[in-house]
Design a binder for this molecule. Sequence first.
Ligand code: UD1
Length: 366
Amino acid sequence: MKIINVVGARPNFMKIAPIQREMEEHEKITPILLHTGQHYDEKMSKIFFQELGMPKPDIYLDVGSDTHSRQTAKIMMRFEEVCVEEEPDLVIVVGDVNSTAACAMVASKLWIPVAHVEAGLRSFDRKMPEEINRLVTDVLSDFLFTPSKDGDENLKKEGIPDEKIFFVGNVMIDTLLKMKENAKTSTILTDFNLEENNFALLTLHRPSNVDVKETFVGILNALNEIQHRLPIIFPAHPRTQKMIEKLDLTEKVETMTNFHIVDPIGYLDFMKLMMNAKLVLTDSGGIQEETTVLGVPCLTLRENTERPVTITEGTNELVGVETENILRAANQILDGVSKRGRIPALWDGNASHRIIDIIAERFNLK
Ligand code: UD1
């Protein structure tokens, strides 16, 4: 059985890694690893392949950055050629980036079955490009592998038949649990002169937060107060770095002397930072889940989340983007009041194994 595993952007790599590995060990599956090139910088892509022990992609589409429609269209044009040439039995897409929806669309139009890993998540906010990608991908997929039960419920409400939905757990946590010991050997704390449990970690890259000056400034005002209490380390996504310049915010951030903007960092260093942070502030999806498993308090700087289980069961708190609200929540944690949380069901390191098992059964490989 020939399966194309699609990756495109940074959060895809840690989700495909355990699936690709399981497939390589299966005698009846030939995985083809395809990278669309949506993310291409060494620090956004290559370093993850190295650290996660992933093979070099078999196929690279080299699409690069562009507007949403142009990027999606380029991926579709190039991926269609690959599908026609390779004739895969199944295409696997993960997460909610443009590469996910583009490849799901191409495969389903060629009648190639599609499996979506991390299906069913909904923020119910269509202003988020990822929400559109989730909706499109899920409606087209033949196998919907969900990370949490809320995903199953969302899909059922949208009319997806039960027999297509499989609650398997969280593949990203497969990678986290596998790499946790390795991450402990990272020297990032000494490199950045940080003390264990005495710094805050920030990531911020959503267009709604960093492309709108008023919102970005509101968030920075809160961070300005927080950095008076403890250092903030901020590995900044390239788009955020560009927006700081474009919105004329360079001077403002330079006056915040305990606020340290650094380039994007690799998986192991980032995990080491998360494990040792007093608090994490983020607008990322995956980090809400990783902090829940690591038991580290997380404040999500968004109005909604597609990952509600990290709030109901985990250490995540949705605080929005207003200065006062961010500050109040951060101060509470710094004063010693934080959520404890528990690890959600099936976030146990075996999600990818369950996925391959289901595929093997459905395609009579057993
Ligand atoms: C994408 C995903 C988002 C995910 C994020 C993780 C979509 C719609 N969004 O957002 O869900 O959370 O990845 O990083 O797919 N750039 C570089 N180098 C790179 C890649 C991008 O400099 O390797 C810059 C370019 O200026 C580009 C901008 O970042 O225009 C945005 O990149 P893009 O892939 O369009 O979206 P992300 O914001 O990365």
